[in-house]
Design a protein around this ligand. Structure first.
Ligand code: MN
Length: 253
């Protein structure tokens, strides 16, 4: 089995190394990932400057191909230019931080999986909800492996994509798996406003208090309750019900 492994935290990130280590006996793994962190770049692509690929070694060991580009760039380059055989599955992760709710749209982790799905490959985005209380990446990668093996066993259809989120707790305290829908309401994020030494204001996006966002059946509620959340995603953004409505409008042009 050919596996393309990528991420948005960068090729040196602990999550991708931990996941690679865990899934190495499932198949032949090719790592193609951004050479610097690309979290939050969403589905951006590079076309105004050259994309370069370099072989990356860590402790004298070849670990994969580093790309000075976005996660979506990595998937395109991996499949069109780097891999000799097409992947059977594309995995993006293990991301440091949950990708639930509206954050799915900002996520480079999810975008890499979306890119693979658009190209016709089954793909899995895997994220780990890191908190101050719990951040054991190695153990989360083990949990991720179990989920990935299950997904592969059930044969994900061509061009489909699952967004997996692992809650921030030891594996023996994870309650199970919930298939969920995306929480699709405002996340109520805040900015921290600070003053620089020159007296001018600057801002840090502070994210959201996840506990205030509860809606049964959603990705964020499942993770908050200690379940692994699995959400099937699609990239066709057409609003079918609005389509039907505006189709009937008299446009008068
Ligand atoms: Mn990330």
């Amino acid at each position: 089995m050919q596996i393309l492994l990528t991420n948005d935290d960068g090729i040196y990130a602990p999550g991708i190394a931990a996941l690679k280590h865990q899934i190495q006996d499932i198949g032949q793994i090719t790592v193609v990932a951004p050479d610097i962190e690309q979290s939050g770049v969403g589905h951006s692509i590079t076309f105004s400057h050259p994309l370069r690929i370099r072989e990356v070694h860590l402790n004298n060991e070849f670990i994969g191909y580093g790309v000075r580009g976005s996660p979506a760039d990595c998937v395109k380059l991996a499949i069109y230019e780097i891999m000799k055989k097409n992947p059977d599955v594309v995995i993006s992760g293990l991301n440091m931080g949950a990708n639930v709710g509206i954050h799915i749209l900002y996520s480079g982790t999810v975008a890499a999986a979306v890119e693979a799905a658009i190209m016709g490959y089954p793909s899995i985005a895997v994220s780990f909800e890191i908190t101050e209380q719990y951040a054991d990446v190695q153990e989360a990668a083990k949990v991720a492996k179990g989920v990935i093996e299950n997904i592969i066993k059930h044969k994900l259809p061509r061009g489909s994509l699952l967004n997996v989120n692992i809650p921030s707790r030891p594996s023996n305290q994870i309650k199970g798996i919930k298939v969920t829908r995306q929480y699709a309401r405002d996340f109520k994020e805040t900015f921290d406003r600070r003053i620089d030494p020159g007296g001018k204001a600057y801002y840090w996006l502070m994210g959201t208090d996840k506990s205030i966002h509860h809606e049964e059946g959603t990705d964020i509620s499942a993770v908050n309750e200690g379940y692994i959340s699995i959400t099937p995603l699609r990239y066709d953004l057409t609003d079918q019900s609005l389509y039907k409505k505006i189709e009937g409008w008299d446009w008068n042009i």
